[in-house]
Design a protein around this ligand. Structure first.
Ligand SMILES: C[S@@+](CC[C@H](N)C(=O)[O-])C[C@H]1O[C@@H](n2cnc3c(N)ncnc32)[C@H](O)[C@@H]1O
Length: 239
């Protein structure tokens, strides 16, 4: 695994995200609410200021209220936000501690968030959701799982005309950082955005373009407060 340095120090890399979230589930949930790492240092579009910019636009693009947050994270704050806007949203996450943190924080999410693994076929029926979002999750999966299972599954469960939002750290190989918000070492797998778009296209998804110079769409980029470059985009399933 590649490593980067932090303050000149070589870091031991680890991709044991389960152990990381187990250690930090409640803090992660609190940070999500406080928008830590959710307002970005810089971005490719003037309208792209933080996670809320993407979610607000996704709600406008979606043809209906039924959504899935695939890898909803500790606290499931986006699920809670969208349910609060009368959207019919559920969330899955691979880490039990993250789901438990979500239910402690938002008891009204009982029945809406549960453990689920995006490296396996999902239990949802084909064409279930008007929108699916998968934000900062594939960084924890192997390339083999992402291309063979995760992306095809996310497409399968999206309705024709529905929208899939993907957000991920872009590049090649892996990166390891010391994250000051958790005082911990984290490793992430990086993905080539053009390959991800191509894989989705092979499953009937078309990139949603920007309609004018000011609007969001196409391949969008931002850098978070850890200096990591991310790509975000929406694809719509051809009806
Ligand atoms: C960086 S967090 C992002 C959480 C949330 N989507 C957000 O945007 O804030 C990544 C999440 O992906 C989850 N995750 C990692 N691998 C997964 C898998 N195979 N299936 C489902 N969730 C997974 C982790 O447990 C973690 O909660």
């Amino acid at each position: 695994m590649d490593t980067t340095t932090d303050s000149g120090r070589m870091l031991r890399s680890t991709d044991d995200y389960g152990a990381f979230y187990k250690r930090h589930a409640d803090r992660y949930a609190f940070n999500q609410i406080a928008r830590v790492q959710r307002i970005w240092a810089s971005s490719s579009h003037s309208q792209l200021k933080g996670n809320h910019s993407l979610i607000n636009a996704l709600v406008r693009l979606a043809p209906g209220p039924k959504g899935l947050d695939a890898g909803c994270g500790a606290g499931a704050v986006d699920v809670a936000d969208l349910v609060g806007r009368d959207m019919d949203v559920v969330g899955i996450d691979a880490v039990k501690d993250n789901v438990e943190a979500a239910l402690r924080l938002h008891p009204f999410l009982q029945g809406r968030v549960r453990v689920g693994d995006l490296s396996r076929r999902m239990a949802f029926r084909t064409a279930t959701f008007d929108f699916v979002m998968c934000n900062a999750v594939i960084q924890h999966l192997s390339e083999d799982h992402v291309y063979a299972t995760t992306l095809p599954e996310l497409c399968r469960i999206t309705k024709p005309g529905g929208v899939l939002q993907m957000v991920f750290k872009c590049g090649s190989g892996t990166v390891t950082i010391h994250d000051p918000d958790y005082n911990d070492v984290r490793s992430f797998r990086l993905f080539d955005e053009r390959r991800v778009v191509g894989a989705l296209r092979a499953h009937g998804m078309e990139l949603v373009p920007a309609t004018d110079r000011k609007s969001l769409g196409g391949l969008m980029y931002y850098v978070n407060n850890n200096g990591l470059k991310h790509c975000a985009f929406w694809t719509r399933k051809v009806a």
